[in-house]
Design a protein around this ligand. Structure first.
Ligand code: ACO
Length: 371
């Protein structure tokens, strides 16, 4: 029988700096009343100059590994879902792999905007179910506030920085990720994009002058799309798990806008209390919003082992998706590991690998010259 993909660890990390709506009033022509009534957002976190997408991701992953009691050397796969990667390449996931010292892990980024965490969860679960890997770390991490035009009140009020991570492990019990649905519609790509910086519009004076490196959004279009798909895809995922909405204890939606979550709850005919909401304190953290919300739901006792939970999200692409999970918790009875200590081991390992690579180049160069 094929193994099941259990979520055995979770962790989040958000920057310390808080930006309130009152702070935003000093930057653009907006006000707290407008932002709260249209979005539900009251404050968001902003990464410091020293923090990056990989550094936030690494902190969240270490916390998730701590909960799972799994050492980085046991990780087979790292997927970082992000809309704000550090570079086009190398993948942010490879930077995280190096910082964790996860010597045997394959690592790659997944770009599906705010739906990315659900897509990554599905990919990792499928790899576990296929029997090809045992342990995966799935991370959503963002420093999207660096890609905002702080003169554009339509977008700069919405987003925040942060990271969240899950550890997935193979287990025999029939629980864990029960079903998932991924959907895309590229015909709506224009509604939400960062047009320049890739190969279509390489960086140039013109792209900079025209602000094409900033996030651009048709808010109303995205709003209409989101309210249409959120309840639909949740239903699809629940049906595909052979369950009914009554079987679901908690819905953890992508934290973009309170009104979108309210519309989804209405569409599903469930009380809003069945949806977990924390966007008032973090804004839209894109791929990180679902794992961050999950960590807080657990902390508040709203998600317990045995519960069935739906994760549902939407984003640029356009993309949308949902996953039904029977919550597991850490596997019991293993010797205690201290993943955070790997931070130092990982630094030493990375440094030695760099030196070895340099020595290799010198030796190889010498041999080449002798020929
Ligand atoms: N402060 C004050 N007024 C504002 C602000 C602001 N920050 N922003 C816009 N307004 C004004 C507009 O100029 C407009 O004025 P006008 O009527 O004089 O033209 C008025 O408020 C209404 O603007 P709308 O755009 O119609 O406002 P709406 O109610 O649609 O709310 C919002 C805008 C919050 C952006 C909403 O459309 C929304 O949430 N859309 C979805 C966005 C989203 O979730 N994006 C993330 C997707 S996930 C990802 O992949 C990154």
């Amino acid at each position: 029988m094929s193994p099941h993909a259990h979520i055995t660890g979770w962790g989040m990390y958000v920057p310390e700096r808080v930006m309130t709506n009152a702070d935003l009033e000093k930057i653009v022509d907006t006000n707290d009343e407008w932002i709260v009534s249209r979005t539900g957002i009251r404050e968001r976190r902003i990464a410091s100059d020293e923090e990056t997408t990989a550094s936030l991701a690494t902190e969240a992953a270490l916390r998730a590994l701590e909960v799972a009691n799994l050492s980085p050397s046991d990780i087979d796969l790292i997927i970082v879902a992000t809309s704000s990667p550090e570079h086009l390449f190398p993948a942010t996931a490879c930077l995280v792999q190096d910082r964790l010292g996860a010597g045997k892990a394959g690592a790659f980024d997944l770009l599906a905007a705010c739906s990315g965490f659900i897509f990554a969860l599905d990919m990792a679960a499928q790899a576990i179910r296929s029997g090809s890997i045992q342990n995966a770390v799935v991370i959503g991490s963002e420093t999207l506030t660096r890609m905002l035009d702080w003169n554009d009140r339509n977008t700069c009020i919405l987003f925040g920085d942060g990271a969240g991570a899950f550890v997935l492990q193979a287990g025999e019990d029939p629980a864990g990720v029960l079903s998932s649905v991924m959907r895309s519609d590229g015909s709506g790509g224009d509604a939400l994009s960062i047009p320049a910086g890739g190969s279509r519009f390489p960086t140039s004076i013109e792209t900079l002058q025209n602000g094409l490196h900033f996030l651009q959004m048709d808010g109303r279009e995205v709003y209409r799309f989101a309210t249409r798909v959120m309840s639909q895809v949740t239903q699809e995922a629940i049906e595909s798990a052979h369950l009914k909405i009554e079987d679901i204890q908690l819905i953890i939606p992508h934290q973009a806008n309170l009104r979108i979550i309210e519309a989804a709850a209405r569409g599903l005919k469930v009380p809003l209390e069945r949806c977990f909401i924390n966007l008032d304190r973090y804004g839209n953290t894109s791929t990180a919003s679902i794992p961050i919300a999950t960590c807080e739901a657990i902390e508040q006792g709203r998600l317990k082992p045995g519960d069935k939970v739906v994760f549902v999200g939407f984003g640029a692409g356009l993309t949308w998706g949902a996953a039904v999970v029977q919550w597991s918790g850490p596997f019991p009875g293993r010797r205690k590991v201290y993943p955070a200590r790997y931070r130092y081991y990982a630094r030493l390992r990375s440094w030695m690998l760099r030196i070895l690579r340099r020595l290799d180049a010198i030796i190889w160069g010498g041999l080449h010259r002798e020929k």
